[in-house]
Design a protein around this ligand. Sequence first.
Ligand code: GRF
Length: 232
Amino acid sequence: MRRARNSTRNGPASMTAPKKRTAILISGRGSNMKSLVEAARRPDYPAEIVVVISNRPDAAGIAWAKEQGIPAIAMDHKLYSDRAHFESQLHGILTTSRVDLVCLAGFMRLMTPEFVALWRDRMLNIHPALLPAFKGLDTHARALATGVKFAGCTVHLVRPEMDEGPILGQAAVPVLPGDTEPDLAARVLAAEHQLYPRILELFARGQIAIDGNKTSSPSDVNETWAKFSPQV
Ligand code: GRF
């Protein structure tokens, strides 16, 4: 059959939106980075990982990214005179790499309000707690000490205040009797590895609406269940 003049070999697929060019910033192990890289291998995933940057040259995640053939750059923050100098170099790399979105994944460096403003609503972070509870470090130890029955993780947009910003998604896990800090950290981390790729997918597709501090997505839970501990 002859093709009509304007049809293409690929049909509607040729009209899909370009993938969002995404940078991942890490400081260490990089397990969340791996989960994003692995998700982005799916042909239909709306983001591609174009560069991984670490502020620590010895970050294990940098070596792994290089093995995967992903451009991976170590920017030792200690070699910069101040935060602004470090960030101007970082911004330069991001713009040269034509980055659309930045995912912080265990990036242990506070950013200036000026840098955050440059990437406003284009920079995501994952935090190992159900924000706004347990901002900052040692979240699991504090959750255990506080006696909460549920812990979890949050992906949010980055704002100048640490661990602030519109919440794009959360995952909750139970705190089990006898949990140690490593037990809880491992349970939360497993949830992080599922949550972050899913949120990046929704966000990159433009499926998360932002209204001030509130966000909404067609994939939001819309059931009226509750989880209980102790059970009722
Ligand atoms: C994760 O728990 C993340 O939530 C927090 O730092 C940790 C980084 O772990 N921001 P990894 O480097 O991704 O393995």
